[in-house]
Design a protein around this ligand. Sequence first.
Ligand code: ADP
Ligand code: TPW
Ligand code: MG
Length: 574
Amino acid sequence: MTNDAQSQDTIDGFHLIIDALKLNDINTLYALPGIPITDFLRISQAEGMKVISFRHEQHAGNAAAAAGFLTGKPGICFTVSAPGFLNGLTALANATTNCFPMILISGSSEREVVDLQQGDYEEMDQLAIAKPLCKAAYRVLHAEDIGVGIARAIRSAVSGRPGGVYLDLPAKLFAQTIAKDVGQKSLIKVVDPAPKQIPAPEAVNRALDLLKNAKKPLVILGKGAAYARADAEIRKFIESSGVPYLPMSMAKGLLPDNHPQCASAARSYVLAEADVVMLVGARLNWLLSHGKGKTWGASSSKEPTKAKIIQVDISPIEPDSNVATAAPVIGDIGSCIAAFNSAMGSSWNKPPSDWTGAISERKDKNLTKMAETLAKNPSPMNFHSALNVVKNKIKERPDAILVNEGANTLDFARSIVDMYEPRKRIDVGTWGIMGIGMGYAVAAAVETGKPVIAVCGDSAFGFSGMEVETICRYNLPVCVVVFNNNGIYKGTDKNPAGTDMAPTQFVKGAKYEMLMQAFGGAGVRAATPEELSKAMDEAVSSGRPTLINAIIDEAAGTESGRITSLNPAAAKKK
Ligand code: ADP
Ligand code: TPW
Ligand code: MG
């Protein structure tokens, strides 16, 4: 048999991996090439896959995670062995923490050499290292198992509580060949990868009884509710129940932030006062003060809320994680909320008007106060006057995706910039992690084709700043707005010893716009709201990669944004 005849009858690992992914409607790879995956990426591209090649694996991983959240399919990141794998691991762990489905697929060195620790090129027992940091981890050694490996990874990433999955592919696997018909038969199209999970009727009724008898009910929508894509059912439930709701940051826009029942502008009041709180795809973690303390109207930091908790979540072990849960409702949010909607019937009484009235009163007062602050035009700009511009842009383009990271830049944007459509805001998430900016922005542009506005603190931007080259290379419609206050939180810290600059300070007057110019994109300095507005308009209408260096008063920020109290020194002062 000639070589040609042989290759017609056989199929190699490269093609089996590509075919297995394609069979499951996965057509985009976020990656960084090198041994042993360079050829794999070349062949993938030749076979029609979209391959987005990054400058650092962490951002390829973050892109895959954001793709997972935005599409509901696992985002795929490919890395090289040891150092590349480790660079991608932060993103895998972050995706798992955020409940985003992604698969980190990494090439690895040969098992025989790794296991005997004989010092292979980039030797590392990657599977063992990944395992505690993700939802599931698998390794494929034989070409005939590629189909099963990819199928298991997909199902693990998206079923139940979504999360990150690691798939280890030793270098030898790629070039292994098997008979073509055997190979093709070994591939699996995953049927119903994220099956519905129907809640028990008694759990639904228990929760509804609580909600019905509440004097001061409150719903909290989290990013799990945004991820669930049950937008119409959720809106129907909120509107027909009449219960006020608070969106967590990535649930903003699930219902428009200017909805009359949105209680964001009276957040402290509703959390402290509510007597029944229904969590929908939101954990009672640090972002909600663990359900304890002053935030919840309790007298000490260890005292739990007096509110009765209803928790709608797909994870059966999430209830009672921080305070007692009176009514757990376990199932997928779409099925749970649909069950609520049908069990509520037509005789549902809306919450008492003294509760909704008191909320409206506070909202009006706070919104008026905020409008006054936003209308001020200080020089240099502060967070408020610059974010007022971003607020107006998102109002004009509610379909744009807002990526947001930083401390003050994040906290202020979260409360000032209203969102109007679901899954349009992606940010630092559960960990409050810096460095997601450019990876998320790339994925948002690639997956949605919509304009992307990335509002990043100058420190936050620095973590992924080199990816502006990636943005230019793929000519993505991304407008990065760097909130440049010369540092972390502020630019005004002093080093008491008077030698080096303080650890939170950066070079003053840095020209971040030049970074984008270096790769052929547009770079603009904006020192006033007018300049910022004009530059953002141009960026969004042209779709050209743009970086706007927005000059913010270096004294305007607060230490750690809104979480100053978590600093150990602050705890000491208490
Ligand atoms: P936030 O940070 O917005 O408060 P979290 O990440 O803390 O949100 O919580 C998200 C929750 O949503 C997790 O507990 C997760 O199990 C849950 N979740 C994710 N997807 C679904 C789904 N489809 N159905 C039900 N619960 C879900
Ligand atoms: C991976 C700690 C939290 S916020 C922040 C850091 C370094 C930067 C804040 O400065 P920035 O924003 O972005 O300029 P602003 O507007 O307040 O000036 N490493 C990681 N994640 C986190 N969260 C940190 C460090 C941190
Ligand atoms: Mg800063």
